[in-house]
Design a protein. Structure first.
Length: 259
C-alpha cells in the first residue's frame, strides 16, 4: 500500500519558477499521473504534497474524478476507479484475484454440482472474471468477460448490499431500474434484506434456475462476489455452508497478499 513516503512531487510541480497548470484538464492529469500502478493508494495530503495544488483545489478535483469513475475513495485512501482500469485491461488488476479464487471455484463446482462464478462490480454491471461449470454451465448465459446488470443478479446484489448509501445513489439515482427492483427505494429494501441475511443474496429465476451469492469483502469493502447458479431441483439454501466457507477462505487469502 502506498504512503506519503512513496509519492514524489511531479516534475511539473517542482520545476523551478514554473506555474501550476492553468487548465482543469492539466490539473486532473497532474493528479491522475500519481496513480501509475493499479494498487497505488493515496490520501488527500499525499496528493497536495505531490502536486503543490491548493488543498481545496485538490479535493474538488478528486471529488470530480471520483464521481466520473476515474478514481475511487475508501477509508484507506484514493485509488484508480473502474473507468481508468477499463482502459488498461483487467489482467493486471484482477489477475491476483482470479488466482486466489480459482481453486475455490473449482472445489465449489465439484462439491455442489452447480456453476461457480467470480464477478466484480464494474459501474452498474457485474463483470464475470471466471466461470467454472457444473452440469448447468452451458445452459447459463453468463460467460467470462461478459456483463449483466448488477441489480438483477445475485452477485451484483451481494456487492451492492455493502456499498454506502452515497455510493448507491451515485450509481443509480439518475437511472430508471427495470426488473423486480423497479425503483431505487425498492432496491434499497432488497439490499437491506441481504444485509440482514449476513450478505446472502438469492435470485430465483425462470425455468427452475436460481443463484445464491456472497460478497468477498476486504478492508475497504466488497471486492468481488462468488455465486453458485443452476437448477433449483434442490434448495439453494443447502449451498450456503459451502459458499460461506470458501468465500471466507478467499477473503483470508486476499488479506494475506494485501489485495
Amino acid at each position: 500500500m502506498s504512503t506519503a513516503l512513496d509519492v514524489r512531487p511531479s516534475e511539473a510541480a517542482l520545476a523551478e519558477g514554473q506555474d501550476l497548470p492553468a487548465s482543469m484538464i492539466e490539473r486532473m492529469t497532474l493528479i491522475l499521473d500519481l496513480f501509475k500502478r493499479p494498487k497505488t493508494r493515496l490520501n488527500l495530503e499525499n496528493v497536495v504534497s505531490a502536486t503543490n495544488l491548493p488543498r481545496s483545489t485538490a479535493h474538488r478535483i478528486l471529488t470530480q474524478l471520483e464521481l466520473t469513475g476515474w478514481i475511487t475513495h475508501s477509508a484507506s485512501g484514493y485509488r484508480l476507479g473502474w473507468r481508468a482500469l477499463s482502459l488498461g485491461g483487467r489482467d493486471v488488476e484482477y489477475g491476483p484475484l482470479r488466482a486466489a479464487a480459482a481453486p475455490r471455484l473449482h472445489e465449489l463446482a465439484l462439491r455442489t454440482d452447480m456453476t461457480a462464478h467470480l464477478a466484480v462490480l464494474d459501474y452498474r454491471d457485474v463483470y464475470y472474471l471466471d466461470k467454472v461449470g457444473g452440469q448447468s454451465a452451458t445452459a447459463l448465459p453468463s460467460q467470462v468477460g461478459g456483463r449483466a446488470p448488477a441489480h438483477r443478479t445475485a452477485s451484483g446484489r451481494a456487492i451492492l448490499a455493502w456499498l454506502s448509501p452515497e455510493q448507491l445513489d451515485q450509481l443509480y439515482d439518475d437511472l430508471p431500474l427495470d426488473g423486480r427492483a423497479s425503483n431505487l427505494d425498492a432496491l434499497r429494501g432488497d439490499l437491506s434484506t441481504i444485509r440482514h441475511r449476513n450478505g446472502l443474496s438469492f435470485v430465483r429465476g425462470l425455468f427452475d434456475t436460481g443463484s445464491v451469492a456472497l460478497a468477498v469483502r476486504g478492508v475497504d469493502g466488497p471486492v468481488a462476489a462468488i455465486s453458485l447458479s443452476g437448477r433449483q431441483d434442490r434448495s439453494l439454501e443447502r449451498l450456503v455452508p459451502q459458499l460461506v466457507h470458501h468465500v471466507r477462505a478467499i477473503a483470508a487469502d486476499l488479506r494475506a497478499t494485501d489485495l
